[in-house]
Design a binder for this molecule. Structure first.
Ligand code: NAI
Length: 328
C-alpha cells in the first residue's frame, strides 16, 4: 500500500471540522487506497475540544487513518503537509469594518502561509475555506514565495454544488445530468453562477430553462444567499455541506474531474477572461493528473460579463485593501 498522506486541517474543533474529519478518515478526500495522517491545528483554547474529536476518530476504527496529531503551532502543524485545509478563520462580528476583518484574518493567514513555505511537502495543495476565503488564500500565498502560486486555492465548490442542485430542481432532472456549470469570481454575495455553458442531459441548460427572469431574480440570488437561508432555517451556518464541498474540491484536484465535465475552483488568475493576473478568483476548471487548468475559449455574453466583472472588481478591491494593510 501507499505511504500515508499528511492532511493538515485548521479550525479542526469547529463545526466544519467536525463534519470534515470523519470523511477524510474514511477515505473520501483522496480515495479508498490512500491512508491519511491527520495533523490538526487549533488555537490553544480549542485544543482540548480537538482532542475530544480525536477520541471519536479513534472510535471510528478507520482502516485508512494512520495517525492523528494535534497542534497549536502552525509551523509544527504544516510540517510535511501534502494537503492543507485552511478552515479556521476569524468571523465578522457586530460592528466590525471590512478592514478590521481583513486585518484579523491577516493575523491568521500570514503565519500559516509562512509555515507552509517553511515546512510543507513539495507536492503541497492548499484549499482555503475560512472566509473571506479568496483573499485569505491570497494572503497565505503571498507569504509562501517558495511554493508554486497555483497550489493556493479557495473554495467555491459549495456555491457550485448549490447551483447544480437548484438547476436540477428547476429542470426536474437528476443532479448527475447537470454538467459544466460555472461559479465565477468571489465566494461572496457577488459571485456569479453561470448556466450559459451548462448542460442538462447533453443539451444547453440556459436554453432548457429559457427564463431569464428566473435566472436573474431567483436562481442567482438564491445561490448567492443560500448561506443566509441555511442560517435562518438551521440556526447555525452550513457545516456539513461546506465539509462536503471541501472533500469534492480536493478529491477532484487529486483524482481528476469526470470526462465531459468541469468544476469551479477559486485559483490564481493567469489573466483568463479578463480577470487581473494573481487574483484568486473562481473559474471553470478541469482537473487531470493531479493538476487543474482553467477552461479556455468560453464565449461570455453580456449578461455574464457584467456579473463576472462586478465580482472580480470586489476581489480587486479586497486585494488593494490587504495591500494597504501591509498583509501582502
Ligand atoms: P467555527 O467557528 O465552528 O470553527 C472555526 C474554528 O477555527 C474554531 O474552532 C476556532 O477555534 C478555529 N480557529 C480560529 N483561529 C484559528 C487559527 N489561527 N488556527 C487554527 N484554528 C483556528 O466555524 P465553521 O462553521 O467551522 O466555519 C469555518 C470557516 O469556514 C468560517 O470562516 C466560515 O465563514 C467559512 N465557510 C466557508 C465556506 C465556503 O464556501 N468557502 C462555507 C461555509 C463556511
Amino acid at each position: 500500500t501507499q505511504a500515508p498522506v499528511n492532511v493538515t486541517v485548521t479550525g479542526a474543533a469547529g463545526q466544519i471540522g467536525y463534519a470534515l474529519l470523519f470523511r477524510i478518515a474514511s477515505g473520501q478526500l483522496l480515495g479508498p487506497d490512500t491512508p491519511v495522517k491527520l495533523r490538526l491545528l487549533e488555537i490553544p483554547q480549542a485544543v482540548k475540544a480537538a482532542e475530544g474529536t480525536a477520541l471519536e476518530l479513534e472510535d471510528g476504527a478507520f482502516p485508512l487513518l494512520a495517525g492523528i496529531d494535534i497542534f497549536d503551532d502552525a509551523k509544527q502543524a504544516f510540517a510535511g503537509a501534502n494537503v492543507a485545509l485552511l478552515v479556521g478563520a476569524r468571523p465578522r462580528t457586530k460592528g466590525m469594518e471590512r478592514a478590521d476583518l481583513l486585518e484579523a484574518n491577516g493575523g491568521i493567514f500570514k503565519p500559516q502561509g509562512e509555515a507552509i513555505n517553511a515546512g510543507a511537502a513539495d507536492d503541497i495543495r492548499v484549499l482555503v475555506v475560512g472566509n473571506p476565503a479568496n483573499t485569505n488564500a491570497l494572503i497565505a500565498q503571498s507569504h509562501a514565495p517558495d511554493v508554486p502560486a497555483e497550489r493556493f486555492t479557495a473554495m467555491t465548490r459549495l456555491d457550485h454544488n448549490r447551483a447544480v442542485a437548484q438547476l436540477a430542481k428547476k429542470l426536474n432532472a437528476p443532479v448527475g445530468e447537470i454538467k459544466k456549470l460555472t461559479i465565477w469570481g468571489n465566494h461572496s454575495a457577488s459571485q456569479y453562477p453561470d448556466i450559459f455553458h451548462a448542460e442538462v442531459a447533453g443539451k444547453n441548460a440556459a436554453e432548457a430553462v429559457n427564463d431569464e427572469k428566473w435566472l436573474a431574480e431567483e436562481f442567482i440570488p438564491r445561490v448567492a444567499k443560500r448561506g443566509a437561508e441555511i442560517i435562518e432555517a438551521r440556526g447555525a451556518s452550513s457545516a456539513a455541506s461546506a465539509a462536503n464541498a471541501a472533500i469534492d474540491h480536493i478529491y477532484n484536484w487529486v483524482n481528476g474531474t469526470p470526462e465531459g465535465d468541469w468544476t469551479s475552483m477559486a485559483v490564481p488568475s493567469d489573466g483568463s477572461y479578463g480577470v487581473p493576473e494573481g487574483l484568486i478568483s473562481s473559474f471553470p476548471v478541469v482537473c487531470k493528473d493531479g493538476k487543474y487548468e482553467i477552461v479556455q475559449g468560453l464565449e461570455i455574453n453580456e449578461f455574464s460579463r457584467g456579473r463576472i466583472d462586478a465580482s472580480v472588481n470586489e476581489l480587486a478591491e479586497e486585494r488593494e485593501a490587504v495591500k494597504k494593510l501591509g498583509l501582502i
